[in-house]
Design a protein around this ligand. Structure first.
Ligand code: PLP
Length: 383
């Protein structure tokens, strides 16, 4: 990326931290053994994978033996849901703004004889714990509630739901997609009543193509692939050692300054929101104003097409996104924005920051936004 661009699309992916890249390179060219091999090169890889496993387990108060590395967040979501659902017919409860990696499990679950119950979030993008609990019964296998939404950044009351499910003494397990929230929001599986947590490295300055499913103290996860006995047999396949090593380093670095970085990002996010609302007083912040990720500013601009504004911002050197990455090139209102009732006549831009985002960059983005909005309204007539 050239120096003059401002990258505000960290919800889609983040720049790999140089310390991560450096650690990974060693496990590509120097310590390239297969962790299952009995010789010293294999043992070095196994030890590196176990170190990353410990770092990740400690970060959420889990047992290292219950961390299963996957090819990313999508696979961790799939394994976490499918792997927790037994053959016995029952139901699975999920919110209507889950990531497609969760929502799109519906066909599979129904084809296996399970009912899928969708719970709507409120207009503020937050689900009421009471609505989720009301949808569960003694036949509920899994309750899936994401910790933070990828498009609008809203935080969900996962701990309240988890604790209530445990207090209720039922068998339903709480699955949490923590892909956007991990390292920006503190997780402790046991005290929050989380049974399964999915995370992904590339959202936290780690490499793409590696993630993990972390299991709490209850229940089992049934493998969804047939193969060797890697990852305790739960996720067979030769481990992505460089990716896993990089993931471990990314987590250590992120946790080192979690609180300070979170406060800095929240301050910059609020500066961006304030300027957007000053430039377009009819604009709205999508989702809850405070119960949101420290790095997410999702804004619906009035009488505007998101793709138009996004293109003009890019011409100014500012990279953001019109919805989530999955919706790129799609001009239809995203399902999440529809779910919270954002009018079709507005154009949403999702600005997502990272710990690398500087004050200077946000100031530049604010100036660019002013220019882009003026151009959109003057020359293009907005839509
Ligand atoms: N869940 C959420 C909330 C996400 O934001 C994403 C990625 O955007 C995923 C799951 C999928 O993760 P991955 O890209 O690692 O497959």
């Amino acid at each position: 990326m050239t120096r003059s661009t401002v990258y505000l699309d960290n919800g889609a992916t983040t720049q790999t931290d140089p310390r991560v890249a450096e650690a990974m390179a060693r496990y590509l060219v120097e310590f390239y053994g297969n962790p299952s091999s009995s010789h010293a090169l294999g043992a070095a890889s196994k030890s590196a994978v176990d170190t990353a496993r410990r770092v990740i387990a400690d970060s959420v108060g889990a047992n290292p033996n219950k961390v299963y590395f996957t090819s990313g967040g999508t696979e961790a979501d799939t394994l976490g849901i499918r792997g927790a659902v037994p053959d016995r017919p029952g139901n699975v409860v999920m919110t209507n703004i889950e990531h497609p990696a969760v929502l799109n499990q519906r066909d599979y679950l129904e084809s296996r004889g399970h009912e899928v119950r969708i719970v709507d979030v409120g207009a503020d993008g937050v689900v009421a714990a009471s609505d989720v609990l009301a949808a569960t019964d003694r036949d509920t296998h899994v309750v899936a509630v994401m910790a933070a939404n990828n498009e609008i950044g809203t935080l969900q009351p996962v701990a309240e739901i988890g604790r209530a499910l445990r207090d209720g003494g039922g068998r339903a397990r709480l699955f949490v997609d923590g892909v956007q929230a991990y390292t920006k929001f503190p997780f402790d599986l046991e005290s929050m009543g989380i049974d399964l947590l999915a995370i992904s490295a590339h959202k936290i300055h780690g490499p793409p193509g590696v993630g993990a499913l972390i299991q709490g103290s209850r229940g089992r996860v049934l493998p969804q692939l047939a193969g060797g006995g890697q990852e305790a047999g739960v996720r067979p396949g030769t481990e992505n050692v460089p990716g896993i090593v990089g993931f471990g380093v990314a987590v250590s670095v992120a946790l080192d300054n979690e609180v300070r970085d979170g406060k800095t990002m929240a301050g910059l996010r609020d500066r961006l929101i304030a300027e957007a609302l000053r430039l377009d007083p009819a604009a709205q912040v999508n989702g809850h104003r405070t119960e949101r990720l420290c790095n997410n500013a999702s804004i619906a601009f009035s009488n505007m097409r998101g793709s138009t504004l996004l293109g003009l911002l890019e011409e100014e050197g500012v990279y953001a996104s019109a919805g989530s990455a999955c919706h790129a090139g799609n001009t239809k209102q995203s399902a999440v924005l529809s779910a919270i009732g954002v009018p079709e006549s507005t154009g949403t831009i999702r600005f997502t920051l990272s710990r690398y985002t500087t004050e200077e960059e946000v100031e530049r983005a604010c100036v660019s936004l002013g220019l882009a909005l003026a151009r959109a309204r003057t020359f293009l007539g907005g839509a």
